[in-house]
Design a binder for this molecule. Structure first.
Ligand SMILES: *Cc1c(COP(=O)(O)O)cnc(C)c1O
Length: 366
């Protein structure tokens, strides 16, 4: 039996997000002495053999999970998803050039803002007028003949809209995959660069994973500040300065967990789809009471956005959820309502508990 202080909740937070309990237990077991070193992983030198092993295995596991081709580099960086909004244009967008941005929500808009400091972002499609309820069809994209890259957000975390398959650009694809990274298989060779901050599906905050093709790396602009230059990080094996050791370590444990406990990305994708299907089906069955934000064809498997008939009932729903230890279900202030983030580490039991509340709350309030 756990003490009340040690109880676990079903955490629906969009990020930092739930981490599998077995991973946390393992980290706890390693806490005082990492691999017999007599030190925690946060206390060992990032230039030590133990650190070399850690980085090597983390990269090898990721390469195996995603089938990362040989001509791609894997970088472990800091600065979160937000730093990539800047690093992408700093490295690839020259002042006299345009880059395509497909705008499907909150995070894409942030990225466009930073791109404008380097060159000219061209919005190939925007869902803003429709209040970001869907992603575009490829035929809807208004693409320039020449552009430095085509940028999109595979899953817009706040609105809960997700690309089922990546769009086709006329220039190398750059993807912010922060909130659906490692939730399903991806064909890496379709991208010039794909990045994700870890704190949604792949670890704690502090780590951002970048997967970049050699060809893209060759396009990097000269004379960049070292810490913002992909080439420098690649040349230094992601240890240009002190890396976030604990975050990389947890990322390593999570890659093992995905492979060994969850059966790899294909199996995990089936599992994630089933959780999302269960939740959307329950919402749809009660569409007289609950409405979903995203159009059915663009619904996110990771972030399920919905509301009750009124803001007052939304607040009551959140309070009722809290009483059942279903936490962090409030939607982002720009969208309102509720958002259930059901990333890799959300167990089926958490989704079922939420479904039960959906039924009971509607029965009590309609
Ligand atoms: C969370 C998130 C970000 C921002 O990440 P930070 O690490 O907080 O900078 C960017 N893009 C997407 C899609 C996200 O979900």
């Amino acid at each position: 039996m756990r003490t009340p202080e040690a109880r676990r909740v079903f955490n629906f937070c969009a990020g930092p997000a739930a981490i599998a309990e077995s991973v946390l237990e393992e980290a706890r077991a390693d806490m005082l002495s990492y691999r017999g070193s007599g030190m925690s992983v946060m206390e060992i030198s990032h230039r030590s053999a133990l650190a070399d092993d850690l980085f090597e295995e983390a990269e090898a596991n990721l390469r195996r999970l995603l089938g990362v081709p040989k001509n791609y580099r894997v970088l472990f960086l800091q600065g979160g998803g937000s730093q990539q909004f800047s690093m992408v244009p700093m490295n690839f967008l020259r002042s006299d050039e345009s880059a395509e941005y497909i705008l499907t929500g909150h995070w894409g808009a942030k990225a466009i803002g930073q791109a404008g400091l380097e060159g000219t972002p061209h919005v190939a499609w925007s869902g803003e007028e429709e209040r970001f309820v869907r992603v575009p069809e490829n035929a809807e994209l208004d693409l320039l003949e020449r552009s430095a890259y085509t940028y999109f957000t595979s899953n817009e975390t706040i609105q809960g809209v997700q690309f089922d398959a990546e769009p086709t650009g006329l220039s190398p694809l750059v993807c912010d995959a922060s909130s659906d990274f490692l939730s399903r298989p991806v064909e890496i060779d379709r991208f010039g660069l794909l990045y994700a901050c870890a704190q949604k599906n792949a670890g704690p905050s502090g780590l951002t994973v970048v997967i970049i093709s050699d060809e893209m790396l060759d396009r990097t602009k000269p004379n960049l500040h070292r810490m913002f230059d992909y080439r420098e990080h690649a040349a230094a094996g992601s240890r240009l300065n002190t890396p976030p050791m604990f975050s990389v370590y947890l990322f390593l444990l999570i890659t093992r967990w995905i492979e060994q406990d969850m059966g790899g990305l294909s199996a995990l994708a089936v599992h994630n789809q089933a959780k999302a299907d269960t939740l959307y089906a329950r919402l749809d069955r009660q569409s007289d009471f609950y409405t979903t934000h995203a159009k059915p064809t663009s619904r996110s498997i990771m972030n399920v956005t919905f509301r009750t008939p009124s803001a007052e009932l939304d607040a009551e729903f959140l309070a009722a959820a809290k009483r059942r230890d279903l936490t962090h279900l409030a939607g982002h202030r720009s969208v309102g309502g509720m958002r259930a983030s059901i990333y890799n580490a959300m167990p089926v039991a958490g989704v079922e508990a939420l479904c039960e509340l959906l039924d009971e709350f509607r029965d009590a309030h309609q």
